[in-house]
Ligand binder design. Sequence first.
Ligand SMILES: [Zn+2]
Length: 198
Amino acid sequence: MASQEIETLAGALARLPGLGPRSARRAVLWLIKRRESALPALLEALAQVQESLVECATCGNVDTASPCGICVDPRRDPRSLCVVEDVADLWALDRARLFAGRYHVLGGRLSALEGVRPEDLTIDRLLARVAEGGIDEVVLAMNATLEGQTTAHYLAERLEQFPIRLTQLAHGLPVGGELDYLDEGTLAQALRARRPLG
Ligand SMILES: [Zn+2]
């Protein structure tokens, strides 16, 4: 039997996405063996995350300031807005500087199964941003999943009232494809070939 401390840490790690109980235990053992070399850097990084990261009140990105670095970057085109499900999708698109505008993070996708309703996402904040004016194009960059596409259709309906160009990522994306897992070439292609919606 492992000690209580190990059980507690393994239990906490097992709640991370992509880590089950088995991998969590292996991660704990790995850390114990590298107590001197790897643990201090990890503790420091975790403390930094807790102390200095905030959610951008404008777009929902995670950064050290709100508004975030992307929202205040004068080199970005404020007339172009790309809507994504999660911060990880924003990062995927932004890694290779594929998109030169700004972003809006929904905080998830509509899901009847998981009980995620429009009011659970930052849709009102998105509509308010577009209503403010100054935005010419909204790119819906939802994942190529059923729920992602349901969300895109819902957003298209809500955004119809505004004088904007509404486009969607070209889904030569693999069906079920999640943005975060796509290589930059595929993402760039989907963005370049984005098509008008509705
Ligand atoms: Zn921001």
